[in-house]
Design a protein around this ligand. Structure first.
Ligand code: TPP
Ligand code: SF4
Ligand code: MG
Length: 363
């Protein structure tokens, strides 16, 4: 006998309330949170650093997914710092996978649940299946297995929590490390004064362009309701979905621990992390247009990993941000265009910005 696979539909959180709570002194919406579920599948008691962006992202995503969820986590900080022998912070089933296998392991889970439900060996409904992989895993070592899973359209949500480095092994460069981002593998010096020479891999666009039948979105920990709604949309989508989330790493980026959420806003407001959704039914991108457009220095100066940047490096970063503004359909104000000229910048460490500076890399 063949049984029907019943799928869940998670309701979206109210964003109207968020719109009603707008206009702080910068014209931004406030940190509004609607009535969130009390359940916390990612419970307290783990060992991540204070202010850890990936831990915040894990909490919001699992709150949005709820109790009827199974999770996989490839090797990385969110495996190692979360789990000790026979102990994890999860109140839902969780499995560790090798760093390269997040996609293939999750494909197996999805296919297994489908088969078990159809054969009447699991009562259903079909659970929320998700994997949360670091950028080293999702954009580098394990990209093949995730791309394969997206291509085969397994019904699961594939999340990349992006802390822009291989954090767990001591802050090494990854493909998503930004231009000029200092890591232990991209130190600045006489030969390479900018530290990292290459721009970051555009992982989310690769996933959307390469798998046009999938729901794909970007998010940051600076916009929790948006992150939770995109989690639910990805889980509700029948088939594969990919979510790329910006998650600051306090240890690797060297910033004040209380600034994780603020960084998640400023990276968007400085044009360095476009927030969007790709709708596979329409085959269209929907871009978020932030109400504030800042110079990149408002973002860079909060982090020690950029403290070595010279005027030409800051100008290069502003060029990239300005092209991003154009790509998402926003005008580039004259004062941001002017900042493409290196002569308009000092060495970053000599400037005075709104945030106190730390120096160095935290490895
Ligand atoms: C095949 C393989 N290569 C290298 C490692 C060593 N390793 C363990 S965790 C890690 C860092 C993973 O980086 P990322 O996926 O970005 O997660 P993060 O640590 O930043 O949370 C590495 C390189 C491994 N476990 N397996
Ligand atoms: S090193 Fe970074 S990603 Fe790892 S636990 Fe600390 S803050 Fe989180
Ligand atoms: Mg990482």
């Amino acid at each position: 006998m063949r049984y029907e696979v019943i799928r869940q539909q998670l309701p979206l959180f109210d964003e109207d309330g968020r719109a009603g709570a707008t206009d702080d002194e910068h014209g931004r919406d406030l940190y509004y949170l609607p009535d969130l579920p009390e359940e916390d599948p990612y419970a307290a008691g783990h060992r991540t650093c204070a202010g850890c962006g990936p831990a915040i992202q894990y909490r919001w995503v699992l709150k949005a997914a709820g109790q009827d969820t199974v999770v996989a986590g490839p090797t990385g900080c969110m495996y190692v710092a979360n789990s000790t022998y026979l102990c994890t912070p999860y109140t839902v089933p969780w499995a560790h996978t090798p760093i390269a296998s997040g996609g293939s392991f999750t494909s197996g889970m999805a296919a297994g649940y489908e088969a078990m439900i159809r054969k009447g060996r699991y009562p259903g409904p079909y659970p929320n299946i998700l994997v949360m992989a670091g950028d080293g895993s999702a954009s580098d070592i394990g990209i093949g297995s995730i791309s394969g899973a997206l291509y085969r359209n397994h019904d699961a949500l594939f999340v990349c929590y992006d802390n822009e480095c291989y954090a767990n092994t001591g802050i090494q460069v990854s493909p998503t490390t930004p231009y000029a981002g200092m890591t232990t593998f991209t130190p600045f010096g006489k030969a390479i004064p900018e530290g990292k020479k290459l721009p970051p891999k555009n992982l989310a666009k690769m996933m959307a362009e390469g798998h046009p039948h999938c729901y794909v979105a970007t998010a940051t920990v600076g916009y929790p309701v948006d992150l939770m709604n995109k989690t639910r949309k990805g889980l509700n989508h029948v088939g594969a979905a990919f979510l790329h989330c910006y998650t600051p790493c306090q240890k690797g980026w060297v910033y004040q621990t209380s600034m994780t959420i603020e960084l998640g806003r400023r990276v968007v407001e400085s044009g360095l992390w476009p927030v969007w959704e790709y709708d596979p039914a329409e085959r269209r991108y929907h871009y978020f247009h932030p109400p504030v457009q800042r110079p990149v220095t408002d973002y860079l100066a909060m982090q020690g990993r950029f403290g070595h940047m010279l005027p030409e490096h800051v100008a290069t970063m502003q060029v990239g941000a300005n092209r991003n503004w154009e790509a998402i359909g926003m005008d580039v104000p004259a004062h941001l265009r002017d900042l493409e000229d290196p002569a308009r910048h000092q060495r970053l460490k000599d400037e005075e910005y709104s945030m106190p500076l730390n120096r160095g890399v935290g490895a």
